[in-house]
Design a protein around this ligand. Structure first.
Ligand code: NAD
Length: 307
């Protein structure tokens, strides 16, 4: 197996932008793009290839499922994208059929591949994929609330005049309308956020809502979001390819934690070469637990409705 080959299924906005980010980061020797629309994959590859002499050394090709054979990581970005006014859950029916079709093709080629689900609704699709391959539950996970968490950190950093990288705050739960911020554990440096800066409840609520609803605002103006999720895909890829053991709020199945079972949603977890290594234990407030359980119930209902 070539050590760091990545296959991206879906050569649309997210898939191609992730490929561009990976090329610029110089972390993989080969990227393969697979898309139902072969012509699109080929054109994306040509355009991306022309950036390689500027960035570094990554090889690219438009390929097929056989290319997964020696890929360490498969990133799933294929499917319908969120339309203006459409919630992520509206996408469920269309995209679950696609995921059910492609998951067996991936593991037929490479049972060891780590699979990063990005297609929405990411939590339910992650859960569906894991139910198909329960023994691979550490290898399959969703990008979850990594983007929501980045948006929250950015907005908090702006408000408190501090680098977002020094803001340790998480959004957990569904990647979508029922997600929640963890104020009880939020820190700036090593100080509890409330000791660092006096944010009123109203400020916190506004900042969280802005982070939560950012996708809707962006989609209204440009139909899709892709730069930031692509940057997140690059960081998760790095953690996998170089076994960095980095903490991300990724979507994965819960098994009784916080009274939740049978649902995949985002909680902070450690990511390394073989996928999820372990979850980060944490104390959350009673209200946060209630909101997390409500988020899980919403996801469970949506998946049930599918049947
Ligand atoms: P896009 O329409 O630009 O690209 C999707 C691509 O998938 C298309 O090129 C299409 O031809 C291809 N495709 C469809 N069915 C396929 C199949 N069965 N096999 C192979 N290819 C297939 O959409 P996009 O903007 O790139 O978004 C892709 C997905 O990523 C959407 O579901 C979107 O909601 C999601 N997304 C997730 C996050 C996140 O944080 N998780 C952020 C942004 C976008």
């Amino acid at each position: 197996m070539s050590r760091n080959k990545i296959t991206i299924i879906g050569a649309g906005m997210v898939g191609s932008t992730a490929a561009y980010g990976l090329i610029a980061a110089n972390i993989t020797e080969e990227i393969v793009l697979i898309d139902l629309n072969r012509k699109l994959a080929e054109s994306q590859v040509m355009d991306l290839q022309h950036s390689v002499p500027f960035w570094g050394y990554t090889d690219l090709k438009a390929g097929d499922y056989e290319d997964i054979k020696d890929s360490a990581l498969v990133v799933i970005t294929c499917g319908a994208a969120q339309k203006p006014g459409e919630t992520r859950l509206d996408l469920l029916k269309k995209n679950s059929a696609i995921i059910k079709e492609i998951m067996p093709k991936i593991f037929k080629q490479n049972p060891e591949a780590v699979v990063l689900m990005v297609t929405n609704p990411v939590d339910i699709l992650t859960n569906i994929a894991i139910k198909m391959f329960p023994k691979k539950k550490k290898q399959i996970f969703g990008s979850g609330t990594i983007l929501d968490t980045a948006r929250l950190r950015l907005l908090l950093g702006e408000k408190m005049s501090v680098d977002p990288k020094s803001v340790h705050a998480y959004i957990i739960g569904e990647h979508g309308d029922s997600e929640l911020p963890l104020w009880s554990t939020a820190m700036v440096g090593n100080s509890a956020i409330d000791n660092f800066y006096k944010l009123s409840s109203k400020n916190k609520k506004n900042i969280f809502n802005k982070a939560k609803n950012a996708a809707y605002a962006i989609i209204e103006g440009k139909q899709a979001t892709y730069y930031a999720i692509a940057a997140g895909i690059v960081q998760i890829s790095k953690a996998i390819l170089f076994d960095k053991k980095t903490v991300f709020t990724v979507s994965h199945p819960l098994n009784g934690e916080f009274g939740i079972k049978g649902v995949s949603l985002s909680l902070p977890a450690v990511i390394g070469r073989h996928g999820i290594l372990r979850r980060v234990n944490m104390e959350i407030s009673a209200e946060e637990k209630r909101l997390l359980q409500a988020s899980a119930s919403k996801l469970k209902m949506a998946e049930k409705d599918l049947k």
